[in-house]
Design a binder for this molecule. Structure first.
Ligand code: TXA
Ligand code: MG
Length: 323
């Protein structure tokens, strides 16, 4: 489609390309997105094609400001308003009843549209200069590890898009938390950059979490086997036991706080020596990707504490390990 993919910080260039219906990879605080004009079917079609993504998997619509949401959705339940006030701009996506101006292709025919206001300053500036919102899935081929740096995007989509807007490494590192509403009741549909505990604190009550399966995805595309590395990954509570079980194999290790004794540290990635879950989230996809590119037989990973951002990381580990 495009011979060369350029990387830079030229907002004028990004604006011009997007106005012309082209795609631009954009930095967000969660992961890099593959962005196009959400109101132009041709651009949206191009997103699906470049990602090799099935059209039954809908796209998130990115806005400069939460106040613009009423242009695209026709009802905002009280808890959605409360979550928006607490967390936007930020790594939270709200699933709301859509208006007709949103193309069917964006929502895969669903009456609800996913709306997000990203916090990254460069993308904030970009959105502020456009008179249309940006549809943007993560900028990776469908089903593969999400990109958290421009280099990740270029490695996977190089030659297929004209421009990557360089906003440095993503600060949060896992995708936005997606919250839907059953009437006035909030339901977490994807664990992500805003911890469930924080959502509960903002709402002043416990929130339901809907788990997904391949046979019955709660939202299409939130499939069991997602974020998959090419190399097989096995996750457990005890890395020592896992290493013993696969002693005859060339393994890599994705560890939480310390490397596993007895295995070459060149084949290990440690997420956070201090046990910081935000730091772990920030490093997670890059670490998984690095191991995946090492020609190993197998990646051994350990579960993180099932609290805060640990829950979002464990969710991605579970999906990466799903056959
Ligand atoms: O942090 C993020 O959310 C990143 C950055 C780039 O914004 N975006 C992202 O997009 O993760 P994507 O396409 O990789 O994941 C979006 C998820 C998919 O699982 C999709 O099925 C779901 O959101 N989704 C989007 N629109 C939906 C809709 N109308 N109804 C149900 N699920 C929807
Ligand atoms: Mg994705």
């Amino acid at each position: 489609m495009t011979a060369n993919t350029e990387v830079g910080t030229d907002l004028d260039k990004a604006v011009a390309l997007l106005r012309a219906g082209e795609l631009v990879a954009i930095p967000t605080e969660t992961v890099y997105g593959l962005a196009g004009n959400a109101l132009a079917e041709a651009a949206v079609t191009r997103i699906f094609r470049v990602k090799d993504r099935p059209t039954f998997d809908p796209l998130i619509v990115h806005l400069a400001r939460w106040e613009q949401a009423t242009d695209y959705v026709d009802h905002i339940p009280a808890p959605a308003q409360r979550l928006a006030a607490a967390f936007l701009p930020g790594p939270l996506t709200l699933l709301l009843p859509r208006r007709d101006c949103i193309p069917d292709l964006v929502t895969a025919g669903s009456p609800r549209v996913a709306v997000r206001v990203p916090a990254h300053p460069l993308t904030q500036a970009l959105l502020a200069r456009l008179d249309f919102p940006l549809a943007a899935p993560s900028a990776n081929p469908f089903g593969y590890i999400s990109p958290t740096t421009p280099a990740h995007v270029v490695r996977q989509l190089g030659g297929k898009i004209p421009y990557v807007l360089d906003g440095g490494p993503a600060r949060v590192g896992v995708e936005s938390t997606i919250v839907g509403f059953d009437g006035e009741r909030a339901i977490v549909l994807r664990k992500g950059g805003i911890a469930i505990e924080a959502i509960e604190a903002a709402l002043g009550q416990p929130v339901a979490v809907q788990e997904h399966s391949t046979s019955n995805p709660a939202a299409p595309g939130m499939l069991a086997s997602h974020y998959a590395p090419r190399v097989r990954i096995v996750v457990g509570d005890d890395l020592t036991a896992l290493a013993a079980r696969f002693a005859d194999r060339q393994v890599g290790v994705l560890a939480f706080q310390r490397p596993l004794p007895g295995i070459d540290e060149a084949r290990q990635q440690v997420l956070s020596p201090t046990g910081d879950l935000a730091e772990s989230a920030q490093r997670f996809f890059a670490a998984l990707r690095q191991l995946d590119e090492m020609n190993l037989d197998l990646i051994l990973a350990e579960w993180l504490p099932e609290i805060g951002l640990g829950r979002a990381i464990n969710d991605r580990l579970r999906r990466a390990a799903a056959e």
